[in-house]
Design a protein around this ligand. Sequence first.
Ligand SMILES: C[S@@+](CC[C@H](N)C(=O)[O-])C[C@H]1O[C@@H](n2cnc3c(N)ncnc32)[C@H](O)[C@@H]1O
Length: 313
Amino acid sequence: MRRNVLADRLPGLVIDRYDRVLVLKLYSVAWLPHLRAVLAGLDSAAPADAVVLRLSRAVQRQAEALHGLTDGTTLAGTLAANPVIFRENGLLFEADVLDGQKTGFFLDQRENRARVEGLAAGRETLNVFAYTGGFSLYAARGGAPAVLSLDSSAPALAAARRNFALNRDLPAVAAARHELLVADAFTALAGLAQSGRRFDLVVVDPPAFAKQQAEIPAALKSYQRLAELALAVLRPRGTLVMASCSSRVSADDFFAAVRRGAARAGRLLHEFAHTGHPVDHPIGLAEGAYLKGLYAQADEAAASSWRDAGSGL
Ligand SMILES: C[S@@+](CC[C@H](N)C(=O)[O-])C[C@H]1O[C@@H](n2cnc3c(N)ncnc32)[C@H](O)[C@@H]1O
């Protein structure tokens, strides 16, 4: 009973597994007194070579002051090497479990990445907010002839380059041209549009824009602007994939913001899928359903959007 309550109801704890290494990330100080119980549970449910503790900024001060715990502490076992190399759906990636964003990788996007692989054959792809190239590698394996990975983090894109190298024995990955662009997404998208660059598939997976209620209006404006900018570099009948991981932004409000962006870009969206996160991210309360994905084919058209009655949305 206690275990169900911990696992299914309480937010603020993420445990990601990379090969034989577990990364336990806390977003709430409420978990600190229960760490011993969590570790005991992990030891029997998911034995690993090492359990690494990661602390969100909000937790760090109290964790150190009250429990002497710092971000990156190995709580159990031995971390033999960092980054940790692991496989996701057959592709090799590195996860920097000590300094990487979140726990080192964004495992919650794995189903969307697999879906993007299925859309990528023969399609020049732009991956905006690429981090370490997750969507880029799936697109390459799916047959994209060229992939541009864009992110403001130079270390993340350096890891994206290494991740391509890790998978170069796959013919489709070896054949794909992979370009990196370290830049602010908003500025770079405008620049790409102005210079005439166009893509057949554009993936936009930004960081959470609204962490508090007061930030929601600005977040919706950012999603709208990103949709407009992404559509400006998307070829006619190209595919737009947009995600939001802002827990405070509802799916309906996010989709509406994307549609407003499309209207401003003069594009007609044929939305063919709406997605969430995988089942290992339990939804104990409304904000737990934080990940939203929208897939659309974008035609050149009047400033309104429509839905395909047969799409089942
Ligand atoms: C949610 S993560 C993306 C995860 C990635 N799509 C994946 O599948 O692994 C958001 C990324 O946005 C990047 N980022 C944050 N602000 C940015 C900005 N203004 N311009 C470009 N990249 C930014 C971060 O460095 C981070 O890599």
